[in-house]
Design a protein around this ligand. Structure first.
Ligand SMILES: [Zn+2]
Length: 71
């Protein structure tokens, strides 16, 4: 599950309880111990890349908060 914080940055959250804290060594949720799937991690990394790309665009061309990015 991927959340977006108010700044628009993606945050990885537990599929089961929505907790955003993970044991980085074992890739498990701190709250319920659910294992983070490889797909979730891959999806999260992709979201971070998209977010960074958008940030670069926004530096040149400011847009209103909440407006979907047009590609
Ligand atoms: Zn959890």
């Amino acid at each position: 599950m991927i959340f977006h914080n108010p700044a628009g940055a993606p945050e990885l959250a537990c599929e089961q309880c929505g907790c955003r804290w993970f044991d980085r060594i074992n890739d498990t949720c701190y709250e319920c111990g659910t294992k983070v799937s490889a797909e979730s991690i891959a999806e999260f990394k992709l979201a971070v890349e998209h977010f960074r790309a958008r940030e670069t665009v926004r530096a040149d061309e400011p847009r209103a908060a909440g407006t979907p990015a047009v590609r």
